[in-house]
Design a protein. Structure first.
Length: 425
């Protein structure tokens, strides 16, 4: 039985949501006829009450038969349903858990997560931040990448503390990634209470310093998100670092677009994107570099980046907005990008086995997510579009490398990340 892709940080927690449109449907846990939704899942009152009690009491159950595969639709008079298999089935079909388990005070949001992106509020900021040894001389930035790499590898070898232990249930890689993603998107939310408080990105030294400091924490949380993945942590630190170098910039662009839609909405003609929690950039019109460029260099930079950013907006930003992508889908895209390891050299043989396991199981979870939670059994087209976004991101990565090479060969301008040792060149 595959575990469904539930979001442990859903804000729909445990609020009962009656929906008369589901009259005559079977409870997805025990099979009884029910006309209600509980925890966003078609389920009877008995199963939803059991699920709530199980979370609140934090009991651990054992399977009655020892098989962990009890048929919950077959009941014996005078004998209760196997509680272990009943609770596991609740998780498998996508019941939301963390809000009830954490606070026992459900938060109601009648709109599905697919339409309104949601995130879990948290003040969980890492204590040990990534150390970026950099300094600004005027408006130019100088970085000691060796020390940054050393600090990053220490973080990649640190056990996570943010993954909750939910009774006897083993969280899947997609669920673990989703928990880490919720921390990341919450950190990336804008300061202030309105869009008007955001500043257009500029070349001032204080802006650059702020961005570097902000990304220290951002990359720390992103790195911790990866250390929460069991299969990833089975690899050597060197292999983890190789995967991180390819992954982080690719995933960052998805996360920043997703976070921006929470503020600016889904208008495909709006090409603004959050750079950090204070600054916004118009992807087609603004030009920002950490390097200090002359007027001539900046013009060359703009001309070289114009088709690059047009492709970014057309093939990555707009499709994400058109799909109104959910946080579960962002997590899925992240795992697919992380385990797309075909072009990474030097990985241990076991890595391909891990990649196949994660991809296969996550695909099964997405089937459950679309079928049971989103009520979209015909989701093939949506998955194809998500795959196209991944292909576009990989293409964008290759184009970035070409721009860096052209800039160096023809000495057009000082490229920001020419000597950066934490990205894949």
């Amino acid at each position: 039985m595959s575990e469904s892709s539930f979001s442990p940080f859903s804000q729909n927690g445990g609020k009962d949501n009656n929906n008369t449109s589901n009259v005559g449907e079977n409870c997805l846990i025990c099979g009884r006829i029910t006309d209600t939704l509980h925890f966003q899942i078609t389920s009877c009152r008995a199963c939803s009450a059991f699920f709530r009690r199980a979370l609140q009491t934090k009991k651990k159950y054992a399977c009655q038969r020892g098989t962990k595969k009890c048929d919950l639709t077959k009941r014996v008079i005078g004998k209760p349903i196997c509680r272990y298999c009943r609770f596991k089935k609740c998780i498998d079909v996508g019941m939301k858990v963390t809000e009830i388990a954490k606070s026992q005070k459900p938060i109601n949001n009648p709109l599905p997560a697919h339409n309104v992106p949601q995130f879990q509020e948290t003040e969980d900021i890492p204590k040990n931040l990534l150390k970026v040894d950099c300094k600004f001389v005027g408006q130019s930035m100088s970085v000691n990448w060796e020390k940054t790499v050393e600090s990053l590898q220490i973080l990649l070898n640190t056990n996570p503390t943010f993954i909750p232990k939910i009774l006897s249930i083993e969280l899947s890689e997609l669920q673990r990634f989703h928990i880490g993603l919720s921390r990341l998107t919450n950190y990336g939310k804008p300061k202030g209470n309105s869009v008007s408080e955001l500043n257009v990105i500029n070349d001032k030294s204080e802006t650059k310093i702020y961005m570097v400091e902000w990304y220290q924490t951002y990359l720390t949380i992103l790195t911790e998100m990866l250390t929460g993945l069991k299969q990833f942590m089975k690899l050597s630190v060197e292999n983890r670092f190789s995967m991180f170098k390819k992954f982080w910039m690719q995933f960052q662009c998805i996360e920043r677009i997703y976070r921006s839609t929470m503020i600016f909405g889904y208008d495909c003609n709006d090409t603004r994107m959050l750079m950090d929690d204070k600054h916004v950039c118009d992807c087609l019109n603004d030009c920002f570099t950490l390097s200090d460029l002359s007027a001539d260099e900046k013009e060359k930079y703009k001309q070289l980046h114009k088709p690059f950013m047009k492709n970014f907006v057309t093939n990555i930003m707009k499709p994400i907005k058109e799909l109104q992508i959910s946080e579960t889908e962002v997590a899925y895209l992240g795992l697919m990008l992380l385990w797309d390891i075909r072009d990474i050299e030097g990985l241990e043989p076991k890595s391909k086995e891990y990649a196949n396991e994660v991809i296969d199981r996550s695909s099964n979870e997405m089937h459950n997510y679309y079928t049971y939670e989103m009520k979209q059994p015909n989701y093939a087209t949506r998955l194809i579009k998500l795959s196209q976004i991944i292909s576009s991101i990989n293409y964008q990565t290759e184009e970035r490398k070409k721009i860096a090479t052209i800039a160096q060969v023809f000495n057009l301008f000082t490229y920001d990340l020419t000597d950066c040792q934490i990205i894949d060149h």
